[in-house]
Every structure is written in C-alpha cells, then in structure tokens.
Design a protein. Structure first.
Length: 129
C-alpha cells in the first residue's frame, strides 16, 4: 500500500484526524493535508470534525492516549507519582502537617504544591490506584 492509500484509509475509513494519521505514518500533518487535497476529497469541514470529536468513543480514546506519562504536558513519571504517594504518607506519620509535606515534596520533585495535592488526593493519576 502506498502512502496516498494509507493516508486515505486512515483518514476516511478509520476516521482518524490528520495529526493522528501523520503520527502513525511518521510524516508531517501538512503532508497529510496536501495528499488529501491533491488526490482525494480534501479534509473534513469543521462541523463533520466536531461531530467526530463529540462522541463517547472519541472521549474514551482521547482519555486512554492522554493518561499519565502519555500526556505531553506530564512532568512526572508513574514511578515518581507512586514514590510521592508513599513519601507523603510517611511524612504525615512522622509528624509533618499536610501542607508542609506537600511543599517539601513539591520542592523535591520540582513541581508546584497543588500538583502534589492533586496526586495525593487522587484527583490526578487515578489510574495508578
């Protein structure tokens, strides 16, 4: 299968976005768009794209691909998060106040205190419970 057919199949049949197609084929998203416009029917209009992004299936796929270390904005690894949780409990048992422990861990792992709070309260990194 040549690159044009692969782009067409992934975009039109599999309903992937141009970025997802580009990532799978290891090419630039602009190349995907150029192929679609030159050889096929072009890209989806905004209302079609919105309809694809507003389904439960899309939300589940997005959630699975953006969880934990897979999130491009993640500054911590799964191992660090588990270590933070363990250290936090140990610090509380040794007499630290909650906020003191959170500030100490934030400095140690070079993140902000609310990030530590969200981790230890289970608001983020829920998949590691």
């Amino acid at each position: 299968m040549d690159i044009n057919q692969a782009v067409s199949n992934l975009y039109y049949s599999e309903k992937l976005s141009t970025r997802q197609v580009a990532r799978q084929l290891n090419i630039h998203p602009n190349t995907v768009r150029k192929i679609l416009h030159k050889h096929y029917f072009g890209t989806r209009n905004s209302s079609e794209a919105y309809m694809l992004r507003s389904t439960d299936t899309y939300s589940q796929k997005l959630s699975a691909t953006q969880t934990g270390e897979l999130n491009s904005g993640s500054k911590l690894t799964s191992d660090q998060v588990l270590k933070i949780r363990g250290l936090y409990l140990a610090m509380l048992n040794s007499g630290y106040k909650k906020s003191e422990a959170q500030y100490e861990l934030a400095d140690q792992f070079r993140v902000k205190r609310p990030t530590i709070s969200d981790i230890v309260l289970g608001r983020t990194w829920k998949h590691l419970d």
